[in-house]
Design a protein around this ligand. Sequence first.
Ligand SMILES: Cc1cc2nc3c(=O)[nH]c(=O)nc-3n(C[C@H](O)[C@H](O)[C@H](O)COP(=O)(O)O)c2cc1C
Ligand SMILES: O=C(O)C(=O)c1ccccc1
Length: 394
Amino acid sequence: MNSTTATQLSHGMQYQLQIYFAGMQQIKPQLPVAYEALEQKARGVMKPEAFAYIAGGAGAETTMQNNIAAFNKWQIIPRMLGDVTGRSMDVELFGTKLPSPVLLGPVGVLSIAHPEAEIAVARAARTLHVPQVVSTVSSKTIEEIAEAHGDHPHWFQLYWGSDNDFTRSVINRAEKAGYGAIVVTLDTRIFAWRERDIQNAYLPFLFGEGLGNYFSDPVFLKAVGDPAKDKMKTMMHFAHCFSNAGSTWEDLAVIRDSTRLPIILKGIQHPDDAKKAIDHGADGIIVSNHGGRQLDGAVASLDTLDSIATAVGDKTTILFDSGIRRGADVFKAMALGAKAVLIARPYAYGLALAGEQGVKEVVGNLLADTDLTLGLAGCNSWAEVTKERLIRVN
Ligand SMILES: Cc1cc2nc3c(=O)[nH]c(=O)nc-3n(C[C@H](O)[C@H](O)[C@H](O)COP(=O)(O)O)c2cc1C
Ligand SMILES: O=C(O)C(=O)c1ccccc1
């Protein structure tokens, strides 16, 4: 057995000590530990339509539900009596070493959850050494959020709409502000049928939330003038810059030619699209169905991961999201071929409930749970976490 000092303890072991300590003093965590209870608590403090916007999905929300259910079809087979005291959750992504395979995925309009929005998220992310992927429709600007990160890794998520000048402008701003990669979301070229939001007549960006990067962009401002003057014109131009149902694989050259940063395509669900991503110059992909918020009736995101990893796992970097809630979920996605995972709704609820501290607590819990899962399964590193560690049960 290795002897370790307190500073060398893994996330999970540090956490376990904290839990013993808290238990001895009867100190409960500030937020619910279980995801389901966290969501219910957030429901209790948020404006109903803002909660519905975050919690909801497209259509009947079957894909959103199936994203969660898909994890139960795979189960972990633990191995006994290996020494896992020295285990590590380290990963390397696009040349950057990270202490865990968890990233905070892009979530737009975070001001509907908390006034400090992405700044609070950035501070929590930095404390935990977890990268943040910042949305084009963030409530704070690209530059403000970058400042909160300093030299801590942060990536920019691009909504690639119909205005190439706007696209180049925001990529340029992100590059200048020190973002380390451009994540291009492909599954939201058309905004989906979301029943809760239609019922509530609630699309937050139409009320000006999440438009910080548009209202601070010289190309956008040149087109609309004063955004407050003619709101209809401003919104129509936002729609133009946000969406594009006509873009093709060949058009990706616009983005490839605009930046030297790694380009990661988000929303891949088919092995042939993963191959196309590589052929068109992408450096990585995110297997994702946008948390079931776009195409309802679509396959659960986890159910597409295995075939995509089999097809291109040795040729590109595969990340995964949609339904990661606990350490076991991280383990299963990693075993099926992901190099890292993203979470979205869990940290948005942490933010809504307790700002920076809430994000820190929710993400810290996931890191501890993941580390303990790795050790309990009998693994020392992600290299040992392969498909052979799982069994498909139905
Ligand atoms: C409120 C909300 C806003 C989102 N905004 C964006 C966005 O701006 N850009 C993007 O690429 N994905 C966005 N997503 C999708 C997430 O990045 C992620 O793909 C999805 O929520 C799956 O993760 P989850 O199951 O952990 O929520 C958003 C998700 C939510 C819940
Ligand atoms: O709600 C979303 O899923 C999303 O991607 C989005 C798009 C535009 C504004 C805010 C969020």
